[in-house]
Write a new protein. Structure first.
Lengths: 297, 279
């Protein structure tokens, strides 16, 4: 550390202080406030901070709707994170071959990132029209026209697995981002390393399997955490595709609905705190790791 | 992106690689195709049955109708996103500079504390936020939404500028200090003039993120102040508005951020890689 570090610089502190204060109040203070609400019986328009302990949490754990939420979150996370990683890696490897037109493809694969989840949701809502028979439309109709009838399905109206269809739309939006992360990772691997493996007689497949992929592990870790915490928070995409439907419910929607439509603030706060806990378990070790290793977040 | 390495591809029949790439191109373009094609069809032509058929002639009726419905909200979004993006970028720039190049005791504790704020599910601060906005009389207004985006934008903008200023030589800042410049002057005369590219990156990032926000907007604004994302969602949920108008509305909603991406895409990409941690 430079010698400046030991110096107490009040002017510098004063410049950062408003931001720090804002974050302390609006992030940490509000989280504590939400925790307090989650331990209260507040239900209705008038705030009621009467202490009820863990009652709201215990009720959630025995609430069938919350069970659906957990199941949906797990399915969504596995499909979305898994799909984005596989697709992103494949696209990155393809684009790393120095093909003419690489920039065009790269820009094309990333552009959905610039669009709102609401727009994505509204368009996919019509693409994933579940009607069959004479009213067939959307992707199902396209499959029908192409003779790919076996692909015709009920999309988000499929029982239990419907949420996976929403994950497909999320993959459309976010796989380009995963690709960009992997592509940056691939470009950081020196050509000498691959050349050395080639001299040792490794096949191209072996080079990817034993040299390139292990070196991409940190990228995969970052991607899993970033995509994972997005999928835990998924909200607007589902709302735009299907509105507030019980079979496609997730914690973020339940929280929103029970709090602002149902005025059950105690339960809404409990859902929010549980969500925060799971996200923190994922994110805090990640922040610590990246800051101590001086890596770029 | 790093410079392209000139190396011979290991793949003998390289053109075969275009096959999966073109297949994926179709996957990424299908939603755009439907949005555009449907938007340009005449009302009479529009049927779910002919979703994939090209329009007979170019009609803009759908766009006119969607624009009439969304115009006030389009302006709400613009009036909100421009000040919010500019203010939060400036705040991030000052924080990033000080935390990266003018550290003081405790700065290394402050940085992770700020960073955590961009990962939290906003549900965990939503109830107090609504109460707070009610108390200060900004609930339902655009000003309240701007304030919210500025505050919750602090972590991401600080991170992005921190990354950028870490790449600025220490000597530059220390020379200014030797000459007796204080922190504000150093920022204003040394750092700010060389920060234009990173301002573009952060501004674009914030513009896109705030334009696309739905959660804060739907909770904090009243219908007349809805930004366009909330208005579009409301339009899509309505049974009376035809799906062709919804498609046109989707394009209108996506257009500002798409244009930014098309014309300033490389800055968007840089933002994506320096601090794209938020969903």
């Amino acid at each position: 550390m430079s010698r400046w570090f030991k110096h107490l610089d009040f002017a510098a502190m004063a410049l950062v202080a408003p931001s720090l204060l804002a974050v302390m109040v609006f992030v940490y203070g509000f989280i504590v406030w939400t925790m307090r609400v989650s331990f209260s019986q507040w239900k209705g328009l008038i705030p009621d901070y009467t202490w009820v302990g863990l009652k709201n949490y215990l009720e959630l754990f025995s609430d069938p709707r919350f069970h659906v939420d957990i199941r949906n979150t797990v399915i969504f996370t596995v499909v979305f994170v898994g799909g984005s990683l596989v697709l992103g890696l494949l696209l990155a490897i393809l684009l790393d071959q120095n093909l003419p037109g690489e920039d065009f493809f790269r820009n094309l694969f990333i552009f959905p990132m610039a669009i709102s989840f609401i727009v994505t949701g509204v368009v996919w809502r019509w693409l994933m029209n579940p009607a069959t028979g004479s009213r067939i439309s959307g992707l199902n109709q396209l499959f029908d026209l192409l003779g790919l009838d076996f692909l015709i399905n009920r999309w988000h109206t499929t029982p239990i697995w419907g949420i996976a269809a929403i994950a497909l739309a999320a993959i459309w939006q976010m796989s380009g981002y995963t690709m960009a992360l992997y592509l940056a990772g691939l470009r950081a691997i020196s050509e000498e390393l691959r050349e050395a493996a080639r001299v040792d007689g490794a096949s191209e497949f072996q080079i990817y399997r034993y040299v390139v992929l292990p070196m991409l592990a940190p990228v995969t870790l970052s991607a899993v955490i970033i995509l994972g915490h997005i999928s835990l928070k998924v909200f607007d995409l589902i709302i735009a595709v299907a509105g507030k439907q019980l079979p496609l419910d997730v914690p973020a929607i339940y929280m929103w609905q029970i709090t602002f439509d149902g005025y059950f603030f105690g339960r809404g706060a409990a859902i929010a705190i549980l969500l925060l806990l799971v996200v923190s378990l994922l994110v805090i070790p990640y922040i610590r790791y990246t800051l101590t290793h001086k890596a770029e977040i | 992106m790093s410079p392209k390495r000139r190396r011979r591809s290991w793949f003998q029949a390289r053109y075969l690689l275009y096959l999966p790439l073109l297949l994926m191109t179709v996957f990424y373009l299908i939603p755009m195709y439907v949005m555009l094609v449907t938007g340009f069809k005449a009302f009479a032509e529009v049927s779910l049955k002919t979703m994939w058929v090209l329009p007979r002639g170019i009609h803009i009726d759908n766009y006119v109708e969607a624009y009439h419905k969304l115009a006030p909200h389009l302006w709400n979004s613009l009036n909100m996103v421009v000040p919010a993006a500019i203010i939060s970028s400036f705040i991030g720039s000052i924080n990033g500079f000080i935390l990266a190049r003018w550290p003081f005791r405790g700065a290394n504790v402050i940085f992770p504390l700020l960073l955590f704020g961009m990962f939290i599910p906003y549900q965990s601060i939503l109830i107090p936020l609504v109460e707070f906005m009610r108390d200060i009389g900004l609930y339902g207004t655009l000003a309240g939404l701007i304030l919210t985006h500025v505050i919750y934008g602090i972590p991401i903008t600080t991170l992005m500028f921190h990354t950028y200023y870490t790449g600025v030589p220490k000597e530059l800042v220390e020379a200014a200090r030797m000459d007796g410049a204080n922190v504000w002057k150093t920022y204003l005369y040394i750092l700010l003039p060389i920060s234009i590219p990173s301002f573009v990156v952060v501004l674009i990032w914030q513009f896109t993120a705030i334009w696309n926000d739905f959660l804060f907007a739907v909770v904090l604004t009243s219908p007349e102040h809805w930004p366009i994302t909330v208005a579009l969602n409301n339009m899509a949920g309505s049974q009376v508005i035809a799906w062709n108008v919804q498609m046109a509305g989707s394009l209108i909603t996506a257009l500002p951020t798409l244009l930014v991406y098309i014309f300033l895409g490389r800055y968007f990409l840089r933002g994506l890689l320096t601090g794209a941690l938020k969903g």
